[in-house]
Design a binder for this molecule. Sequence first.
Ligand code: BGC
Length: 594
Amino acid sequence: METSPSSQVVTDSASTLPASSSAGSSHLSSLNLALGNPIAHHVQNPEPMTEDPLWYQHAVFYEVLLRSFGDANGDGMGDLAGLTAHLDYLQWLGVDCLWLPPFYPSPMQDGGYDISNFMDINPIYGSLDDFRTLVEGVHNRGMRILVDIPLNHTSDQHPWFQSSRSNPSGPYGDYYVWRDDDSGYPDARVIFVDSETSNWTFDPVRKQYFWHRFFSSQPDLNYENPDVQREILTIIRFWAGFGVDGFRLDAVPYLFEEEGTNGENLPKTHEFIARIRQMIDAEFPGTILLAEANQWPEDVVEYFGTEERPECHMCFHFPVMPRIFYSLKEGNAQAIRSILMTTPDIPTTAQWSTFLRNHDELTLEMVTDQERAQMYSWYATDQRMRANVGIRRRLAPLLDNSLTQIQLANILLFSLPGSPYVYYGDEIGMGDNIWLPDRDGVRTPMQWIPEANAGFSQAAPADLNLPVISSLSYNPSAVNVQSQLEQPHSLLHWMRNTLAVRKAHPVFGDGALVLLPTDNPAVLAFVRHNAEETILCAMNIADSAQATTVDVDGCAGSSVTDLFSGSVFPSIAEDGSLRLTFAARGYYWFSLSH
Ligand code: BGC
């Protein structure tokens, strides 16, 4: 077998773990051991962060829930020091940037998205000093960190709300959206349909109704009030001052309300995001903004702004995600093709954020009614698997724990336009627990080792914040980091190797996409190209072997080299056609050259 220079295969054996070194503090090493961290003694070499201002176009992101990753103080709740102790693992995996959901003081009615103080750390996670240590540890390993700012609402326990309800004419009286009745903004949909019937709730203290797009314990801020806008800028400055590399702007479409509209994506909302961007560019250049806007592509692209008035550097691409799952069950690539065809171009400095799963339900807001019904019947046969307008399950159980399906879903994630976001635990195929309330079923402790509490915590099992998965196929003996490190062909090694191959080809991050015609609807084929290279991605979405002829227009006679193995395939014919055969759920990444 020949290996081409472009082939960047990482040998997939446990022996590729980095050798021990004296780098790293002894405090963290002992914590590692206490946490059962299987790569504790393999300390990574320090690495500088890339200075590329467009780093986010080529980065691999990893969403990590503090409360479920590592519990350093043994109280049953994951914490900042616990995450810091596991940074070597994330560096080893090939993560470039962490995304941390909110860690601020909160009554935790919504996983911490209900904030009672935006400028501190929830003591269950540690202190501001622990946060500084985390940021330093992340940066020392050449990685970056995004923090999450829910700017649409606060907790009802926030002193602003407490003051607003009790002192309407005081300084915070106008921080929230108050009305005498609940008839305003009737065209705004209810988002948390499982628990809320209205976006208005009566407050017995102020004797008025307040507006909320999410739980009634999360009143919406009143963005018409310039003081509210100033407060949010202050909060962003506060965290930017810690050297974080970016902000996920949570629930961003809903900041303003307006009669006669659905209250989403309003021009005033865009104006305010542009104001945040202006401040960031002036005061913290290089820091990025990521929009969480669960909207159709033509509405989301507005959150990138324009060259004259930029808004966010990145936006989640919500509609492509359910279509990956839809296509996999249908065995047909059409749903993915059509959403790619209707996704507008984005500015050259912008980037999509793509994902398969996250800490929320697999949202089905961006599909048709018919597609939604079909997805429920395929993926959520049990009512307990559903939450709001979506499915509260993890990647592996959704895909029947089938390695080939999980790999294909990830190949799609890693080769479609955008920077991929991996949800913690999905790199080892963790399971879920549909008996836990709300979205907690997909937020259970990370499974490090096949022992008590999966190595997540030294607390008594009954004291864990959430129970470790105990089902037959997904309990820590069946699924854990340590045993997958030992197995060269585990999902974990496959993820690391595939990410390494992707990273060796920046075209996956910045290249244009050209969809290619095939004569088999089960096969998705497209080219990613930039000035330096052209890569042909071809995937058999079906669960059976398939053959197809791909029409690679403009590449007649090009040589075809498999990126994973370096194997040379027959060249593209003079008429631009390439005949391919696939195993069930098979895929190729080919480098094309003349
Ligand atoms: C977060 C959710 C949260 C909601 C309200 C989001 O979109 O991802 O977890 O419940 O905002 O804050």
